[in-house]
Design a protein around this ligand. Sequence first.
Ligand code: AHR
Length: 497
Amino acid sequence: MSDAAIRLWPALGGARINPNIYGHFAEHLGRCVYEGIWVGPRSSIPNEQGMRLDVLAGLKQLRTPVLRWPGGCFADDYHWRAGIGPVSKRPATVNIWWQQGESNEFGTDEFMSLCRILGSEPYLCCNVGTGSAREARDWVEYCNYGGESYLSRMRARHGSPEPYGVRFWGVGNETWGCGGRFRAEDYAKEYVRFANYMRTMDPGIELVACGTCYEDYKNPALVVWNHDFCEEMYHPDLIDHLSMHRYFRRGSGADFSDGEFRALFADVLAMERDLELAEAVLAYFYPDKSVGIIFDEWGVWHPEATVENGLEQAHTLRDALLAGAVLNLFNRWAHRVTMANIAQTINVLQCMAMTDGKKMFLTPTYHVFDMMRGHMAANLVTQEVDCPTFDAHPIGLREKKAVPALSVSASRSGKRIVLSVVNQSVDEDVETVIEVREATIANVTGRMLNSDTPRDRNTFETPKAVTPKRLKIENPAGDFVYTFPAHSLTVLGITVE
Ligand code: AHR
């Protein structure tokens, strides 16, 4: 008898998984944008229009669907006009949050070129903290206005006669914190003012309001933020998505106990709680509209990542598995989660790649995004999972929870099912019967990410210590048994007839 069972019902139609769940976030912070992406057209590092080719190739392979920019905390002190026009005329400014200079060499037009090269949708976060509704509305005009105007002519002079058509606009970032320290009611008033003029400038844009998640509940004023904001923000036509941020931290990047490993995966249950609570608020205040939930910042933030080192940290298999478990969660919430942006693309926090001059390596988390990209735009498959559990205490919750050893999601496009499974047990393999109901399996292929210990990591010296391996799977005629190794991610492609 196997330890676990995964049953799938591909014939039952499920919600479409928004590809934007597999999105990224790049802030002017440390070496994320400068060095990580932008090296300038005259750099000896091979580049296209100033952006390093190795990084572009990696992000293209991921089919990066959407990219959030320019912050983060940086956004609420960013004045977009400083970053357009001839580079030599752009002012040098100060990045107050991340304590560094800002050359403004990389601005709106460079960001749009990046998105065009990658085939990604841009997601801009406008400045509520030190900016104005006028400035935000003008940015929408500069990017999106197709008629004749001073700002659209300026955009044309800067290389783009055609509008950029930016669909997603964040109205501030963490406005309860670095983005202005507002109270929910005060932010709601500001939000209406900004959103009113931005939306009127381009009725096609989608507006994202700042919310809070359960982790923020250490501050009592934030416990009821989502509720209070929605109550005060009485214009359902002005909100399309509510954003939340969640960072995970248990032990340090490469040095953690088995207990901290377990606790990290328990924290995914706390994130699910964020989703449940936010969904309840949105359903109550906007019953006639499906306002989406966006996690536009998420990932591990280890204690060694500080302002002093530009938020750089180690990249182990454990982080990658956490990313797999979170992406499984977002897939299972496909009916409500409209976007997610892991923080942050290059060099900073849970990034996809680290660079050092001409050198670059891909992190284990990169491989998770690569392995799971088959879920993008597929339809969620109904699943039932019976598996062993372990007890751990999710952050912010009152008591210990039974955490399932297997984190699972499945999706279907045509005859192909993608099944992704993280074995969240630090030391137990889990033998599992996989049943695909009301369909016949024709073929199974797969890849697995695993290593001797979850502490193994990629570095400049060992860039391929943690990389996926192709699996040889005997083609089963019906149900089949597969053993998910301890601390692993397995992604199976199951073709059905
Ligand atoms: O991603 C780093 C920072 O974390 C962002 O600037 C901010 O929004 C969050 O607190």
